[in-house]
Design a protein around this ligand. Structure first.
Ligand code: ADP
Ligand code: MG
Length: 341
C-alpha cells in the first residue's frame, strides 16, 4: 500500500450501522425481525413488551429453541445464520429469516440484553451488547427460550432517532407489523403490551379465530372461505364479502409460504375477481395464504423481504383470481360460508 492509496475496509461496527439503515428503519422493523426469529426457533408463544412505541424498549420473549453460549455471541455477527449453509439452500428457504443480518443490524444501533437457554442446558447465557460491542457475557439461570431486550433504538445515530415520528405514528407501524406476523402464524400464541397496557392477547388457534381476535367479532359473519389447489401453487384463506369492502386498503394480506408480501399485481387479481360487486373506490378484506415450492420464488430482492418474484406470475394471478371468484360466487349462490374451525 503506497501512501497515496486511500481505500480502506470499513470496520464492522460501521458496516453494521449502514446495513441497519436497510433492515431497521423504525421500532416496527425490529419487532418484525425479532418475532420472526422466535417463529423460526419454533416458539409456541411470543410476548412483545414495548415502552414508548418501542423507542426506549422492545422486549421479545419466546419459548423456542434457545441458543448455546457460543451461538448467542455468533448470532450478532453480520451474515451469521443457522438457516443457510450452501447456495442451493437459497432456493429452498422455508424459514422467515436467512440473511443473518437482523441481530447484527439491531445491535449496531441499540443497547441489547439477551437471555437464552436451550432445553438441555442447565444454565442459560446473558449477553450485553451496545453498538456492536459485546460488553459482557455470563451464565444465568433462565427459562428455556430467548428473551431479548432492545433498549434506546438509534441511541448512537441521532439522525435516525430524529427521523422517527410521534409515538402514535410509530405505534401504528408496530401494530401493522404485529398483526401481519400474528395473522401469518395463528398457531402461535402472542401478546403485545405497550407501557403496561395489554394491546393484544392472542390464543393459538385457527386462522378464522385469529382474524376475529384481531379485528373483532363482527368480522366472523363477513368472511368467505377460499381454496384452490394446483400442482404449482395452492391458495387458501378468507376474503370479506363484497358489501364488507372498506374505504381503506389496510386489511389486505398476502402470505407466501407464511411470509407477508406486498404484491400489486396479485392485489389486482383479487379485486378483479370481485368483478363489479364492490363499490368503486372500496377495497375488499382478504387474508390469503399462497403455498409454493420455494424454488419457484425469489425472496432475495430486498432486505425486508416483503417483495418477491414468482417464476410464473401469470399462473399465480390466474389461480388467485379463480380462488376468490369461487369464494365470492359460492357466497352469492348459497350464502353458506365454510369456516375452518
Ligand atoms: P437470520 O434470522 O436471517 O438467520 P438473525 O440475525 O435474525 O439472522 O439471527 C441470527 C441467528 O441467531 C439465527 O439464524 C438463529 O440461529 C439465531 N437466533 C436469533 N434469534 C433467535 C431466537 N429467538 N431463538 C433461537 N435462535 C435465534
Ligand atoms: Mg432473523
Amino acid at each position: 500500500m503506497s501512501s497515496s492509496d486511500i481505500i480502506q475496509l470499513l470496520p464492522d461496527s460501521i458496516a453494521n450501522q449502514i446495513a441497519a439503515g436497510e433492515v431497521v428503519q423504525r421500532p416496527a422493523s425490529a419487532i418484525k425481525e425479532l418475532m420472526e426469529n422466535a417463529i423460526d426457533a419454533k416458539a409456541t408463544s411470543i410476548q412483545v413488551i414495548l415502552r414508548e412505541a418501542g423507542r426506549t424498549l422492545i422486549q421479545v420473549i419466546d419459548n423456542g429453541s434457545g441458543m448455546s453460549e457460543t451461538d448467542a455471541r455468533m448470532s450478532f455477527e453480520r451474515h451469521a445464520t443457522s438457516k443457510i449453509r450452501q447456495s442451493e439452500d437459497l432456493f429452498r428457504i422455508r424459514s422467515m429469516g436467512f440473511r443473518g443480518e437482523a441481530l447484527a443490524s439491531i445491535s449496531a444501533v441499540a443497547q441489547i440484553e439477551m437471555r437464552t437457554r436451550r432445553e438441555t442446558d442447565e444454565l442459560g447465557t446473558l449477553i450485553r451488547i451496545e453498538g456492536s460491542d459485546i460488553k459482557s457475557q455470563e451464565p444465568v439461570a433462565c427459562i428455556k427460550g430467548t428473551s431479548i431486550s432492545v433498549k434506546n433504538l438509534f441511541f448512537n445515530v441521532p439522525a435516525r432517532r430524529n427521523f422517527l415520528k410521534s409515538n402514535s405514528v410509530e405505534m401504528r407501524h408496530v401494530l401493522d407489523e404485529f398483526q401481519r406476523v400474528a395473522l401469518s402464524h395463528p398457531e402461535v400464541a402472542m401478546t403485545l403490551h405497550h407501557n403496561d397496557t395489554e394491546v393484544f392477547n392472542l390464543q393459538s388457534g385457527k386462522l378464522v379465530r385469529r382474524i376475529v381476535d384481531i379485528y373483532g367479532k363482527s368480522y366472523r359473519e363477513q368472511l368467505a372461505f377460499c381454496q384452490e389447489d394446483t400442482s404449482y401453487i395452492s391458495v387458501r384463506g378468507y376474503v370479506g364479502k363484497p358489501e364488507f369492502a372498506k374505504k381503506t386498503r389496510g386489511e389486505q394480506f398476502f402470505f407466501v409460504n407464511d411470509r407477508y408480501i406486498k404484491h400489486n399485481y396479485l392485489n389486482h387479481a383479487v379485486v378483479s375477481a370481485f368483478d363489479g360487486t364492490i363499490a368503486e373506490g372500496s377495497h375488499p378484506f382478504y387474508v390469503l395464504f399462497l403455498e409454493i415450492d420455494p424454488s419457484h420464488i425469489d425472496i432475495n430482492i430486498h432486505p425486508t423481504k416483503t417483495e418477491i418474484k414468482f417464476d410464473d406470475e401469470r399462473s399465480v394471478y390466474a389461480i388467485v383470481m379463480a380462488a376468490v371468484k369461487k369464494a365470492v360466487g359460492v357466497y352469492n349462490l348459497s350464502q353458506s360460508i365454510d369456516f375452518d374451525d
